[in-house]
Unconditional design. Structure first.
Length: 182
């Protein structure tokens, strides 16, 4: 790669970063709900799938201070399937995907602090099997955090999605209880 091409890539990256800093979510649909999907919240090695904790915190602060309504994923699902007739203005659902440790260590504290509902998608086979994955204890804590009884999650659901077995829980702060998404 030539130095001219490298400079052009860096300039494009800086411009994109500056534009995102000015308005982090420029394409959100205020009428139909938007789903923000996060994978790894740490020190980004791959910016397509990862963001830093600071950027995640900035994005959550932006949502809480600029008129967005963070809702459980189930609300957007029900709206999309016609089971719900309305959503709050600027409805946004947050997902944490794949069961990476940073969902607990980096994202969960910020979501908990702001009482934002979120959905955790996990691959059960990797939980507790690598230092980069969540443990079952962490999954349970995240699943029951908003439960009024603080009890054990009553159910999980599994399905085959894109050839991969996934289970999920939704911690719904707005209702103060854990829900499983069908």
């Amino acid at each position: 790669m030539t130095s001219k091409a490298l400079r052009a890539m860096i300039a494009a990256s800086v411009l994109t970063t500056a534009a995102f800093a000015a308005r982090p979510f420029p394409d959100l649909d205020p009428s139909g709900g938007t789903i923000l999907c996060y994978h790894i919240v740490e020190y980004p090695a791959d910016p397509r799938m990862e963001i830093s904790r600071n950027v995640f915190q900035q994005q959550m602060r932006y949502l809480s201070t600029t008129g967005y309504s963070v809702v459980p994923l189930r609300d957007i699902y029900e709206y999309a399937t016609g089971k719900r007739s309305t959503l709050p203005k600027n409805a946004v659902a947050i997902t944490l995907d794949d069961g990476w440790r940073s969902a607990y260590t980096e994202a969960f504290p910020e979501l908990k602090k702001r009482h934002f509902p979120f959905t955790l998608f996990i691959y059960p086979r990797i939980i507790g099997m690598t230092p980069y994955a969540l443990t079952w204890k962490q999954v349970k804590e995240m699943a029951i955090h908003f439960s009024p009884s603080g009890g054990t999650p009553r159910s999980t659901r599994s399905s085959i999605q894109n050839g991969c077995r996934k289970s999920w829980w939704t911690a719904a702060a707005s209702s103060k209880r854990k829900r499983a998404i069908p």
